[in-house]
Write a protein that binds this ligand. Structure first.
Ligand code: PFF
Length: 463
């Protein structure tokens, strides 16, 4: 089946072009990975799940499940050089197995659409804080003022809806132009700048007098607070933050130059992404404690703590504005990658232009996003299963679809693709390759399945 793989793949070209260099690829995947998940979501989910023990499980998940799955996605993408649905079908067939693996790609494409429907609402919220910062809304504001500003924004569906619309338009604009143009430049500037600003904020939070409390909250594991639900949340967060389990990275892998090292690129992305999440926690929690706020406050946490800190800093209007611009950029580059798999599929299968594909998918996502917009106001009391529409979408995608996607991708890379195919893509043999193989064949699938079954109560409690 594989004998002439090298020639096959050399002939195989992506319809959408290729990244201009290895660096461009690393930046694009980092742009996808670093986003609201690091700065908005990580601190509040860690807060809701008791801090330290959650963070530890999260780091473990990134290292032993996240990294190998990310490598698998990239190698699958590069081998197939098509959208995730077509790639999985093609490789499944090429290996003498089934085309039905395309359904895993399909779940990823749908996952991206669902995630972006609420991601865009939060992205719009970030954007609105750029304007609030410029207007000096937070200057000298206390905790009560900042909380009131957040609540009045969330209560106004027209305001959130408008910013959701603007955010979606921005995303459609870039995806319609193709990922290579513009995106590479934005990320080249954005990631270092965001890191720098986080360090400035870290200086502030160290001086808040509550840094020790913040550190203790994040790094003292209290396992009595850890439930199987929080382990699942940590695993879901690891997937979400690395953008894996749904085909974004696979789609980006399809545009990867042949000679780029998948292992080194994945390691660079995972390091950058994890550092930014940890840094965000180290900035946010001391401020939470310094201001008597609740670490388990939920999705609005960052929109309270950071404006508070900025409001009390000299030059706060400037820093606040820059920060929310950068965060919007971070969200934007992630949003693009959420949309890319679906758009690539429409272009390849429906033979539509990229512009038309981006606009159509964008419209579908925008409509779905209205459900999240209303979850914070008009429909805030409309609850079923896991809560509001937003909470259900969040749970479905992050706690179910991403881990399930990750599991199936690991099985595909570890069991469906034969040893030679993966060794060939990863360009290595020896111990490192064996380790990767053990992780994707056994550790990741069993780990994901175990956590999954535990959290839905299907495994007995042995303790
Ligand atoms: N990794 C992004 C973040 O942390 O904000 C979110 C994300 C992007 C998830 C792309 C999934 C994805 F495919």
């Amino acid at each position: 089946m594989l004998s002439n793989r090298a020639t096959d793949t050399e002939k195989r070209k992506s319809l959408h072009g290729h990244w201009s260099s290895r660096m461009a690829f690393i930046l694009a995947v980092t742009g996808s990975a670093v986003g609201l998940g690091n700065i908005w979501k990580f601190p509040y989910v860690a807060g809701q799940n008791g801090g330290g023990a959650f963070v530890l499980v999260y780091l473990l998940c990134v290292a032993i499940i996240g990294m190998p799955v990310m490598m698998s996605e990239i190698l699958i993408g590069r081998r197939g050089r098509r959208n995730p649905i077509a790639t999985m079908a093609l490789l499944g067939e090429e290996e003498g197995k089934s085309r039905h693996w395309q359904w895993v790609g399909g779940m990823g494409v749908i996952g991206g659409i669902l995630i972006l429907s609420y991601y865009s609402v939060i992205g719009g919220w970030t954007l609105s804080y750029v304007f609030k910062s410029v207007a000096g809304t937070f200057s000298g504001a206390g905790a009560a003022d900042v909380t009131a500003a957040r609540d009045s924004f969330l209560g106004n569906w027209l305001a959130i809806g408008s910013f959701h619309t603007v955010f979606m338009l921005l995303t459609v604009f870039v995806v319609a132009r193709g990922v290579e143009r513009g995106l590479e430049q934005a990320v080249r500037f954005m990631v270092p700048a965001l890191l720098l600003l986080m360090l400035v904020l870290l200086g502030y939070s160290i001086n808040s007098g509550y840094f020790g409390e913040g550190l203790a909250f994040m790094f003292t594991p209290d396992f009595s607070k850890l439930t199987w639900d929080s382990v699942l949340a940590a695993m879901g967060q690891a997937f979400f933050t690395l953008s894996i389990g749904m085909g974004s990275v696979m789609a980006y892998g399809a545009y990867l130059p042949e000679e780029t090292s998948i292992t080194k690129s994945s390691a660079a992305v995972a390091m950058a992404d994890t550092s930014i999440a940890i840094l965000a926690g180290l900035v946010i929690f001391p401020l939470v404690f310094a201001n008597g706020l609740d670490p388990a406050d939920g999705p609005g946490l960052v929109f309270i703590t950071l404006p508070l800190a900025f409001g009390q800093m000299s030059g706060g209007v400037f820093f606040s504005t820059i920060f929310f611009i950068l965060l919007s950029f971070a969200a934007w580059t992630s949003a693009i990658s959420l949309m890319e798999p679906a758009v690539a599929w429409v272009v390849e299968h429906r033979h539509k232009s990229r512009e038309l594909a981006a606009m159509t998918i964008g419209l579908i996502i925008w409509v779905l996003g209205v459900g999240t917009v209303l979850s914070f106001n008009v429909l805030s009391e409309f609850k079923f299963l896991k809560g509001t529409i937003f909470e259900n979408l969040d749970h479905l995608t992050i706690n179910i679809m991403l881990p399930l996607g990750g599991l199936l991708i690991a099985v595909f890379a570890g069991w469906v693709l034969c040893r030679n195919s993966t060794a060939d893509e990863l360009r290595y043999a020896g111990t490192a390759f064996k380790l990767w193989r053990v992780l994707v064949r056994y550790v990741a699938p069993i780990g994901i399945l175990f956590v999954f079954l535990k959290s839905v109560g299907l495994l007995p409690d042995l303790s």
